[in-house]
Design a protein around this ligand. Sequence first.
Ligand SMILES: Cc1ncc(COP(=O)(O)O)c(C=O)c1O
Length: 393
Amino acid sequence: MNRDFNKVICRKNNYAAKYDELELKFGRDDLVSMWVADMDFESAKPIKDAIIKRAEQGIFGYTSRPDSYYEAMTQWYKRRYDWNIDKSKLIHSIGVCTSLSIIVDKFTKPGDKIIVQSPVYYPFFDVVVDNERELVLNPLKKIDDNYVMDYEDLENKMDENIKFLILCNPHNPVGRVWTKEELTRLGEICLKHNVMVISDEIHGDLVYGDKVYTPFASISEELNNNTITCLSATKTFNIAGLQASFAIFPDESMYNIFERTLGILDIKRNNCFSLVAVEAAYRYGEEWLNDLLVYLKSNMDFLKEYCEKNIPEIVTNRPEGTYLAWLNCEGLGLSDEDLVDFMINKAKVGLDAGNWFGEEGKGYMRINVACPRTMLEQGLKNIEEAVKKYIRK
Ligand SMILES: Cc1ncc(COP(=O)(O)O)c(C=O)c1O
């Protein structure tokens, strides 16, 4: 098993968006890159081996998905989360965002309303707005640098034009791993108002310590029947470039419409590499993942301690899951525009600006800690030096 998470791998000029799009995104390419959510670690060896074996044949024709593909996935969820996924409701999709967009397009009409809980993964806004549906915000409530759901606000915003709530479970960017109780309460409100939940659970495997990921649809039969779940091995195993994910539809007619749409768009097959990689991940990737989580947690702890000791102007949350931390930078005393400029042009780090995730993210930055410790340390040193030079003076 390859578990050397300290190994620095140069990804520049290797078609990595995280590096090759720095100039495009931030206007310069000399940054410590800690933005888009993929990892600077090699994926698990069984995955790499499966891809190499597949490549060695040298024929890359259309793929046929064997039963064992879905079986590996359903066994993973049974083994790790005691969740029985009905295979007849499960379907492949090339990406979670693709699924979200098709669901919004096919199962709502222009003008219908969709709720998201901001600050949140910004493509949630795009799939609603770009499909010409109305975005309704149910902002999370901040309590001592941690976040909870605002159920009262949610109740107040419910009306008959609301068709879906898009849930992020666990939540990007604030790192909450929602508890069963929190999810149950949310689910009850949605059931009461006839609002279906689309639960994006792409970060479900990335959970720390004693926190427990609860698949929303696994809570009860009623919630199962009211939920479309989007899942993927791509974040867990760092294989986002292979483009493969899953969706689970409780309703047969919705499943059929979704499947037909994939056919119309001609995206119903896996590519030949995702086919073997995803199956290998779910069958043989567990030990690697367990080691990865230990490393990520130690990076999270390092980040927190580093900021507390050296950059007290920046307060980090303590994410319960995801490899993304949410930095409260209000202590720097900068406007939002200046904060972004400071990180790019003074500290020379590439981070996601908090305001990309909604109004509530103003004064915040999101940092991706899924990189070797030396890189994380370099990024933090850069910020510390810039704070000394430009903020404390
Ligand atoms: C919450 C969430 N959903 C979806 C995605 C992207 O999924 P995909 O690449 O399958 O579209 C990300 C990537 O960062 C994410 O954080």
